[in-house]
Design a protein around this ligand. Sequence first.
Ligand code: NAD
Length: 273
Amino acid sequence: MNEKIIDGKKISLERKELLKEKIAKLSSKLTLVVISVGDNPASKVYVGQKEKMAQEVGYNFKNLHFDVITTSDLIKEIEELNKDSSITGIIVQLPLPSNIDKDKVLNSVSSLKDVDGLTNNSLLKLVKNEHSLIPCTPKGVMTLLDSYKIDVIGKRIVIVGRSELVGLPLFHLLLHRNATVTLCHSKTKDLKSYTREADILIVAVGKKGLITKDMVKDNAIIIDVGINRVDGKLYGDVDAACIDKASLMTPVPGGVGPMTVISLMENVYEAGK
Ligand code: NAD
């Protein structure tokens, strides 16, 4: 069964070593800033993971934390960071507290420093196939496909989930690579009729086991982006039994997850250039 696994953990570790070598050759250290607001416990964990990885690859890391702040004051802080030439990349850790206008704040990040690739500017460039910083999870998925030499040209690709974070950018990235892409979502009728036709099935919904064996084409390649924590254990959106029918499939954990983090680090390097 192992030869069917798309090993995101292994690929991410290989890329981390390559990145470290490139970073070591730079004349000055790059700096990643993560802005966080409030006391979301999950956010603290994610910021901690980013700090650990940033330091491991050789970046400076700063966490600019505010217990409470207004939208306009937060934007002022971001504008200062935009102007500061010692700062390479800026991340606004989500979720933000409900008093803050998330879109306004995200869009105040300079597209040159937008290492999460979440500003309107970055999304527009991605849609138009212009050079931009690509959101980390879609970038990680594309890297996995490339690492396993999966040719997407002319392939039928079905993406389930249309979020701006994952499904929507992937739709455009794959379209630019000349795949025939269908984007399904919560209002899609008869989801199975689409997924069963997919040469490559990418699922980013957040519902454990949404995709079952009967919904998968023989020899399909399956990329499971979903992360669902149930009783302390992590599950994807795709039932593990689907691997019987698949030719290749990402595990959860150890598939797309590690690729997201390394993609962020690669974006910081890219922004530094
Ligand atoms: P989201 O809630 O923003 O979007 C979910 C999407 O799923 C929506 O487009 C919705 O229309 C669609 N959907 C909901 N129910 C559906 C159904 N029954 N059938 C078809 N489509 C349905 O979520 P998101 O931020 O895109 O994240 C999706 C999943 O991916 C989550 O489990 C999240 O934890 C995970 N995720 C993983 C990584 C990673 O690094 N591996 C990164 C980001 C998100």
